[in-house]
Design a protein around this ligand. Structure first.
Ligand code: RB5
Length: 148
């Protein structure tokens, strides 16, 4: 599995922590930045990651900002992206099982690194359940087409 990573300055430290975690698992990833804690605009990084995932260059993406909200809102503007803003393990699992989320959005100022890594682990290892949930995903895609 190939992961696209991105953050703004508010999520930089947690992105680095997640990179260390992915390294320990031997997982392949690309870091789309940002590269330090200098102030930047989160839509720039969220867009790069969302485009790479939507294009199929990466299977999944993980975005981090201060709250997870800005990068999540941005990523969800890209056709084919289902970004889930998660602050707990239950939601992270459900976002895969029910929503087939292809981007996980985290808030560095909201959750600590320990919980964040538990969320990442759960999110990366939970499969989409399909069935009735696929019908609902298809409806989301229809809405996306109607309003794009
Ligand atoms: C940056 O200060 C902050 O606004 C950003 O990281 C994020 O929380 C936005 O949603």
């Amino acid at each position: 599995m190939k992961i696209a990573l991105g953050s703004d300055h508010g999520g930089f430290q947690l992105k680095e922590t997640i990179k260390g975690f992915l390294d320990s698992l031997g997982m392949e990833y690309k870091d789309y930045g940002t590269i330090n804690e200098d102030s930047v605009d989160y839509p720039d990084f969220a867009l790069d990651v969302a485009k790479a995932v939507a294009a199929g260059e990466y299977n999944k993406g993980i975005l981090v900002c201060g709250t997870g909200i800005g990068v999540g809102i941005t990523a969800n503007k890209v056709s084919g992206i289902r970004a889930a803003i998660c602050g707990d393990v239950f939601s992270a699992k459900a976002s895969r099982e029910h929503n087939d989320a292809n981007i996980l959005s985290l808030g560095q100022r909201v959750i600590g690194p320990g919980l964040a890594l538990e969320i990442v682990k759960a999110w990366l290892t939970t499969e989409f359940a399909g069935g009735r949930h696929q019908r609902r995903i298809d409806k989301i895609s229809d809405i996306e087409k109607e309003y794009s």
